[in-house]
Design a protein. Sequence first.
Length: 235
Amino acid sequence: LIDKRREGEVTGIAGGIRGRLNEEKTAMENDGTLTKWAGFPLVEKLKKKYKCEVFLENDTAIAGVGEATFGAGKDLEIVAYHTVSTGVGGAKIEDGEIDDASIGFEPGHQILDIDRTVLGEEITPTLENLVSGTAVAERFGVKAYEIPQSDIVWSELASYLAQGLRNTILYWSPDVIVLGGSMIIGDPRIEIDDIRKFTVEALDGFVPAPLITTAQLGDEAGLYGGMAILKKRLD
């Protein structure tokens, strides 16, 4: 998102890119898909062209800022945002800002299937490999959207995701968990009511479950996040 205060003058740029950023948040450090972008000095190039402040964040994190500021997490202080689509990502947003982290957030890579009863010995038993659309397609041989909503698979996915959200609740202690991505807001999808039910069961009364809800801003969440970052960091 580009912020223009006067006609023809760019005063700030904010945006998101997939993958893990370097410590200075000036470039993508590593990504398994956009390999040619790794190390490319994106912020430096943009600053040189537009001669203004440039704020680069992980794409999931900046979408989380959008949801925390303008969407499902609006008016709540601590927002945990997770996206479940081809992969699983997420970020902790506090007071409208991405929480400090030394290497970013990677909730999709947490180990859940410890005894490998679901994924077997060949697949790393992460949350992402249990519930992402890519993982479902590899496990069942069909695209996730080809599996009928009535299939028990969707309930099983909700139970796996709930175990990951239990960890989110215990580690981040959020006021709300906002869930986005095609596996959550698509059709068919992992039902939010099932996710809430299984998360409460997973917590087993140890702590209360926060509000768990679906994202509201869709594909525009990152744009709203960029707008929120510019407003907060430039004003």
